[in-house]
Design a protein around this ligand. Structure first.
Ligand SMILES: [Zn+2]
Ligand SMILES: [Zn+2]
Ligand SMILES: [Zn+2]
Length: 447
């Protein structure tokens, strides 16, 4: 039996068996019963001959093959290789490994490829509302610049470090440099920037992705398959930009407000120190003082008036699946009946929030048919229906929105709304009044 390697020192036993990485290799009696990785002089010598380098490469390849489970063997072996040979050996050790998953692409190349893919897929997400005005874009850019300068100042300039070299993957990135200590650190950061979400190939929904061990070794693909997509697997309908009826596309805030037969009151505007808006009161609704037609006539710009009128005309036809016209008819009836109605008269009771199809009247371009409304989702929940059938009234049932029981057809306002927020239509997460409406409707349903 040949002796086993005595190791680099007593504290550093040998790990370099090529057959069993992590176990001691055979020691060479001519080299003090050590292997090449545990004998500094022999290592120097071996690196000078092609034959020596060939043998070292062969061992490194064997260690690399066990990298997933025992990365320390390869990493320790590399520390024993003279500095000037690191690059050569590392490259050689990674060569000739079969299978696409094992092919090693530099971190930066992977990041660029994934960023490009994300760009293509995100282009499929479309705004429901009109694009931002240049004033809004400028204000946003200003805020972004301020955020980036603040973080650079805090972590670099205030610590007497030179200004950071940004390594951004998105226009709203933080402007900080990428980690440099190890590939693993780079990959984990890229998981935060590129891998923590996936976009479904089929329905284009976004879906969060947990951090897995493999994320420290490669950048995840931008897309997820329909099989792994929660919405596709659950056969849930996800709204698509192409489904928004033509006359309702690209309306701006002013037009939406003119089209509403109701006024929304979400309480006084208050902001927390961190900038978030505070929920100050439950949402209340009032019939608008003017009829919708009068509101549209009051719009100043002629093109805006035409656009609003076209949307109105569409919404009032039988062709529209929206319940908008029902609300407009009720509103007009109210105005005829109470011509001098005061603010208090026009105010609707709290439970108005549960009126089925209400969203169609308030956000006609986000809710273009009655079936997609959260109020409908709430009213058609099997638990609510069962309770209503049992009790003869549809109140007072406890529903826990958070427990997800797959396979059971239980409707949840929160899930139904989140499906829209993460859908390829941009707009559901943008409107504070809508967010508060959904929040209040959820709370109201739990009481
Ligand atoms: Zn050894
Ligand atoms: Zn999907
Ligand atoms: Zn459902």
């Amino acid at each position: 039996m040949p002796p086993i390697c005595r190791g680099f020192s007593d504290a550093l036993p040998c790990l370099f068996s090529a057959a069993h990485p992590g176990m001691p290799a055979r020691g060479n009696p001519a080299k003090g019963n050590r292997c090449v990785f545990c004998n500094e002089d022999w290592m120097e010598e071996a690196c000078r001959t092609p034959r020596g380098r060939h043998n070292i490469t062969r061992s490194l390849k064997a260690f690399r093959a066990h990298y997933e489970k025992r990365s320390f063997v390869y990493n320790t072996a590399m520390t024993r290789v003279p500095e000037e040979w690191h690059g050569t050996f590392h490259e050689a050790a990674l060569q000739g490994r079969r299978g696409p998953a094992r092919k090693h692409t530099p971190v930066e190349t992977q990041a660029t490829a994934a960023t490009e893919k994300w760009g293509q897929h995100l282009a499929n997400r479309k705004r429901a509302f009109k694009h931002l005005r240049s004033k809004e874009v400028t204000a946003y850019k200003k805020r972004r610049t301020a955020d980036r300068s603040r973080v650079a100042k805090k972590f670099f300039l205030d610590n007497d470090l030179p200004a950071p070299q940004p390594s951004d993957v998105a226009p709203n990135d933080c402007g900080l440099p990428a980690p440099t200590t190890s590939d693993r650190a780079k990959f984990v950061e890229l998981w935060c920037k590129l891998g923590s979400w996936g976009i479904c190939e089929k329905c284009r929904s976004l879906q969060p992705r947990p951090l897995e061990p493999i994320d420290s070794r490669r950048v995840a693909k931008a897309t997820i398959t329909a099989k792994t997509c929660k919405q596709c697997r659950g056969k849930h309908w996800v709204p698509q930009p192409s489904e928004i009826p033509q006359p309702l596309r690209k309306l701006n805030g002013k037009l939406i407000e003119a089209l509403r037969p109701l006024d929304i009151d979400v309480g006084p505007h208050r902001q927390a120190g961190n900038g978030y808006r505070i929920h100050s009161a439950m949402v209340r609704f009032s019939w608008s003082e003017l009829g919708v037609q009068a509101k549209i006539r009051k719009l100043r710009n002629r093109r805006q008036r035409e656009k609003a009128q076209a949307a109105y005309d569409y919404l009032m036809t039988d062709e529209a699946e929206s319940s908008y016209r029902d609300f407009v008819k009720k509103h007009n009836k109210f105005l005829r009946k109470f011509p001098g109605a005061t603010d208090a008269d026009r105010r609707r009771p709290l439970q108005f929030i549960e009126t089925v199809g209400l969203e169609c009247a308030l956000w006609p371009s986000l809710y273009w048919c009655a079936e997609m409304c959260e109020t409908t989702e709430r009213a058609t929940d099997s638990r609510r229906l069962a309770a209503a059938a049992a009790a003869g009234r549809n109140e007072a049932l406890s529903d826990d929105e958070d427990d997800e029981q797959e396979g059971q057809e239980r409707h949840s306002i929160k899930r139904s709304f989140m499906r829209k927020v993460l859908s390829p239509i941009i707009g559901y997460g943008q409107d504070f009044e809508l967010l508060q409406f959904v929040y209040d409707l959820t709370m109201w349903s739990r009481i």
